[in-house]
Design a protein around this ligand. Sequence first.
Ligand code: SAH
Ligand code: SF4
Ligand code: F3S
Length: 397
Amino acid sequence: MDPTRVHITTYGCQMNRLDADLVAEVLRASGAEVVAAPPQANVLLFLTCSVRGHAEDRVFSNIGALGGRKRRRPGLVIGLLGCMAQQFGEEIRRRAPLVDIVCAPGRLAELPDLIARARAGAEATALDPRRRQAGAEAFAALDEALDGVEVRRLLGRPSAREAYVTVMRGCDNFCTYCVVPNVRGPERSRPPHSVLEEVRRLVGQGARRITFLGQAVNQYAAEEDGRRWDLADLVAGAAETPDLARLSFITSHPRAMTERLAAVFRDVPKVVPYLHMPAQSGSDAVLARMNRGYTAGEYEQRVARVRTLRPGIAIESDFIVGFPGETAEDFEATVDLARRVRFAGAFVFKYSPRPGTPAAERYRDDVPAAEKRRRHSRLLALVKEIAREQRSVPSHL
Ligand code: SAH
Ligand code: SF4
Ligand code: F3S
């Protein structure tokens, strides 16, 4: 049989980019080659995202387009990995019949075995335990396998000097629109010693800027040798690494923006003056239906506190427009919030109902598509304009 030559296509968030590095590392360690162009590969892997319907549609159409190639090269193996694998489960094989391997985010360490099985023509499926029946313990062994992988060559790294480190996996916030708690499992924080060792290793390999990753990274909470750690402790610990120049963390949940954490912006000079803290909406009624756990007023207070501690800090947000029941007034409240806070940048998304989420089960997707588009372009134009104005302000002011 030909040697295994793998190509990886990655969709979705930074966590997936980091997972792509991990997959590449696991596969290289097993003797496979990771190639840069799909035609050189005999195994095509898609690391997928389920956060919006649009992300899934792209994957289905890209995999669907491989029918001709697969007929010409019968040995070609196609793998669908990551969040969509977990979201659809076995059903994915009906939706994407060309797929040979199905592998959930927590099972990526098993890929060499899954590829060997698929190349031998056998069944190759690895799904995570279903989140609501299995607790964090069920994921612990899987996490350990992932933490043990030393990623050397980092595909998803923006540059040789920058690196990402996962500090927590999963999410327990259950924002009602969001698929992540279903596909990434319960929230679990990595042991501090394991994170700090990884930081030292990466800095030893030349990284100068480290970004901590977590879906709600500021909810990091761990206990080790009788000591409790929150994100502020972890940041302070990592900042002691000599030769590390810059440190940041994404994404922060407004509910968990504590005074202790806000203080790192003042007290730890290596922390970059940048905070990604999604507001999602400026309407209290919508925020409540989203289960976000704060009001627009509380959000603004947290922003104000951080700005007092680190004047000039760049604050970015995500917004969802057209959430079920979002009225014209609700949307205006979001526009007002964006005007008042003056974000350095923001991502704006049209609400996309996700099967299995509380919002999809509870609320009707009642904002017409044309109205979602209108709100999307209006808010996007505003945040872009504000961001542009801020960039034109000299930094010494
Ligand atoms: N954990 C991060 C981000 C998760 S997904 C956080 O809590 O902020 C990234 C962004 O996608 C979210 O912030 C949200 O704005 C958007 N998003 C998530 N689910 C969505 C959905 N069903 N429809 C539209 N946008 C969604
Ligand atoms: Fe999704 Fe909310 Fe968790 Fe972010 S905090 S991943 S939006 S459930
Ligand atoms: Fe998408 Fe999964 Fe990330 S759903 S946003 S790739 S955690």
